[in-house]
Ligand binder design. Structure first.
Ligand SMILES: [Zn+2]
Length: 392
């Protein structure tokens, strides 16, 4: 790894230069030299472990590439996982078959011969997911290790347990309680809370810290939303003047959950181009189709005229869905205007699909006619008072 000579001498000096004595009947024996190992509490081991494991990672990678060890594939097209390193533990993950296990044994043997790092059989376990007990025993005997069963505790978390049970979270709660016993959790700032959460074990889970002893999975989920920036409000105001599907589309558009070209490309769907099929001036994202596209802006402008409201500038789909609140319209008119906005979003999406799938030309006039016809039709049929005229 190209470490300088001097540095290597330092490290081997620390590794070899220790002297120790043993207490026998409360009196120390004469001191003797240690030829391998670090002193208790030396901060060096984690770093040395990382260096040694780098070569193991290289070996596993090569073995996986040439097909000697078959790891687990994470999803379609995802990376293949062969092993995990955490603190001073190694977990090997792979397909279950005898050849895989035998090859793993050979790899570990070679690794031992090269690095002098031997597997501690007494601290190794073989776990199987949906594997018969007998088969697991057989594999463990090939590796000279023991068999373990789920759930087991790893880094303070229960692995393979039913995490919907409150009891399964007890070890985590206990860890946090211990850590927080000296802290005044209520007085912590948001940033400090995140620090505590991150230090609370590998799971990085947020507990409902302020809720006393009443821990629940629901409060945990709410807490996680909070940490992940869950302050974005995706609550949609339903409008019964338009069909439900129209509201649902607007809601999905706001959450960026519609199959626009950029999103499809991100999900490995083959698309010819991610540029807007209507204007061909920018990448097609939800925000572009409904707001910044030249075509959409023309439509919004005409509709604002038709509804007799001043022109507006929206920056997000959320802005558009909240637009009716900003004009200080009477309640009923605001609801009507909201219905028109939702219809507009619906028609824009329909038009976009026609351009993509039926190769039609986008036309502002056509879409305006459709928005007007649809919104009047829906509103007349769905509102109780049928006194709406074409001119409003
Ligand atoms: Zn466009």
């Amino acid at each position: 790894m190209k470490f300088p000579e001097k540095w290597r001498k330092w490290v081997s000096g620390i590794l070899l230069g220790g002297r120790a004595s043993v207490l026998v009947n409360r009196s120390p024996t004469p001191e003797f030299n240690c030829y391998r190992g670090l002193r208790q509490g030396d901060p060096l081991p984690p770093f040395l472990f990382v260096l040694a494991m780098k070569s193991l990672t290289g070996v596993m990678k090569k073995a996986s590439q040439v097909g000697l060890f078959k790891g687990l594939r994470c999803g379609i097209g995802g990376p293949t996982m062969t092993h995990l390193l955490c603190a001073d533990d190694v977990i090997f993950v792979g397909e279950r078959n005898q050849e895989n296990v035998l090859n793993l044994r050979r790899i570990l043997r070679c690794f031992y011969l090269v690095s002098r790092l031997k597997i501690n059989v007494n601290k190794s376990w073989v776990y199987g997911i949906r594997v018969e007990e007998s088969e697991r025993m057989e594999m463990a005997s090939l590796l000279n290790s023991k068999t373990g069963t789920f759930p087991f505790k790893y880094l303070g978390l229960l692995v393979g347990g039913n995490m919907n049970l409150v009891a399964s979270w007890d070890p985590v709660v206990e860890t946090f309680r211990r850590r927080l016993s000296l802290w005044k959790a209520k007085k912590l700032s948001f940033g400090r809370r995140i620090t505590v959460i991150k230090s609370g074990g590998a799971g990085s889970v947020n507990l409902g810290l302020n809720q006393g002893n009443n821990f629940s999975v629901r409060s945990l989920k709410r807490g996680i939303d909070l940490v992940q920036g869950g302050d974005v409000d995706y609550t949609i105001e339903w409008n019964n003047y338009v069909p439900k599907k129209v509201g649902v589309l607007a809601w999905r558009a706001e959450m960026e959950r519609i199959p626009v070209l950029v999103e499809l490309a991100c999900r490995n769907v083959v698309v010819a181009s991610t540029w807007c099929p209507v204007c061909d001036e920018a990448e097609e994202m939800a925000e572009h189709i409904f707001i910044s596209c030249r075509f959409a802006q023309a439509v919004w402008h005409c509709i604002a005229n038709w509804c007799k409201v001043p022109p507006f500038f929206a920056f997000s789909i959320h802005d558009i869905l909240e637009l009716h609140k900003h004009y200080r319209l009477p309640k009923r008119k605001a609801k009507l205007f909201h219905a028109v906005c939702l219809t507009l979003v619906w028609c824009l999406w329909k038009m976009r699909n026609m351009v993509v799938f039926e190769r039609k030309e986008a036309s502002v006039n056509n879409i305006l006619c459709e928005i007007k016809a649809l919104s009047v039709l829906w509103i007349c049929n769905r509102s109780n008072k049928l006194d709406i005229t074409w001119e409003r």
